[in-house]
Ligand binder design. Sequence first.
Ligand code: GUN
Length: 283
Amino acid sequence: MAILIKGSELAQKIRENIKNEVSSLGIKPGIAVVIVGEDPASKVYVGRKEKATLEAGFNSIVIKLDKKITQAELEIKIDELNTDNDIHAILVQLPLPKHINSDEIIQKILPHKDVDGFHPLNVGKLWIGLQPYSVPCTPYGIIKLLEENNIQISGKHAVIIGRSNIVGKPMASLLLSRNATVTVCHSRTANLKEIASQADILVSAIGKPAFISEGFIKEGAVVIDVGINRMPDGKLTGDVDFNKVEQKAGYITPVPGGVGPMTIAMLLYNALNLCKRSGSVSK
Ligand code: GUN
């Protein structure tokens, strides 16, 4: 039976530490979260981010924009936040409506205010081993979970299912830099089950409920479930068929209460870090 990796517990500890640090900082870290349109999942995520940033004592603003906003109007909004000295961290919730060029929007955010670590400068720094202003929150949270549970990464075969810029690619970079042998699988991968079942560490970020059954798992593997799939009955289910896989895995993250809370904790961590590096804080 697998050991449960409780993300909610570690996330709570990190959030407490950040709250304490913020209370003695002298200024409030300022974070702006931009949401465009009415995507229900995005609204839920942004609501959670707002609650967490307020609880940590941040100056938190949520900017809700109409789904018909133009590229130019959105870029002007980003520029305003870039030049606002009270805002240290900017997050534009993805996905954006189809008529908006997301890559251009991400590049518009100043790298030293990019709390997601999605700007090409931060992405590039991560890959070549330089310190980026921010490391993407979800994969960074996964690394913290592995470290907290004393799970060895070096020399292990890590298989990542999903190649997004938000999770899969930065996850690959973070594991590679910690000396894992990394395989990145995706929707066109042939023999997915065969590759996954060779993993010492399996990270699934595909968005297919209960897709990963015990046949994908090597005995004793560490299974990290990034999937957050809303079922017709309203319940959340991960990518992993938890009840079957926990019999075979060595470690497993639950959904909910695994990776999700860590994403929020690392957002606070990144935002505080950007504030401290901004020069607004007296050293
Ligand atoms: N949409 C899903 N995950 C994320 C994330 O980590 N950051 C942003 N900006 N949008 C997302």
